[in-house]
Design a protein around this ligand. Structure first.
Ligand code: DQA
Length: 149
């Protein structure tokens, strides 16, 4: 199997490890990315990671992914709950789309109950900490396999 996964990280995820460790754990973003990259490599996929605290940067990353990526795995952080432009960008991406969260937004504050992205992704994985990213990698592997890649 071969493929390229763009892993996108939204606002404040650059603070993982320091930010609310009781909610998001103690691993840094670099550690999550390294673990995801290693797992993806084990089934033949390369990973390109982009983190930004700016909505437009992530919209442009999705546009750029259209030319090169087979899959997007995105933890959009709080943008998940209000970004219609990110939703529309993902709707214009033809590859595999997986939404990931470390925490389980459905079990948290009411403003986290809406995901603007949920309707335009293949599936959402939430609530398993670092394992959420592992599960996303496995989901990409299986979906790529189903496409014969
Ligand atoms: C998050 C959940 C979001 O509600 C929050 O704004 C984040 C992180 C998660 O991974 O659990 O920044 O996406």
């Amino acid at each position: 199997m071969t493929g390229t996964i763009w892993l996108l990280s939204g606002p404040n995820l650059d603070l993982l490890g320091e930010r609310e460790p009781g909610v998001y754990g103690t691993m840094s973003l670099d550690e999550h990315v390294a673990r995801f990259t290693e797992l993806a490599a084990s089934f033949g996929c390369g990973v390109h990671h982009v983190q930004s605290n700016f909505e437009g940067d992530l919209v442009e990353a999705v546009h750029a992914a259209r030319a090169t990526a087979d899959a997007i795995v995105i933890n959009a952080g709080a943008l998940t709950h209000y970004s219609w432009s990110l939703r529309d960008a993902l709707a214009a991406f033809d590859g595999i789309r997986i939404e990931v969260h470390l925490s389980n937004p459905a079990a948290r504050e009411s403003f986290r109950q809406l995901s603007t992205l949920a309707a335009v992704v293949d599936g959402t994985i939430a609530g398993f900490g670092a394992t959420s990213y592992d599960l996303a990698a496995y989901a990409v592997r299986d979906l790529l396999g189903a496409r014969g890649q």
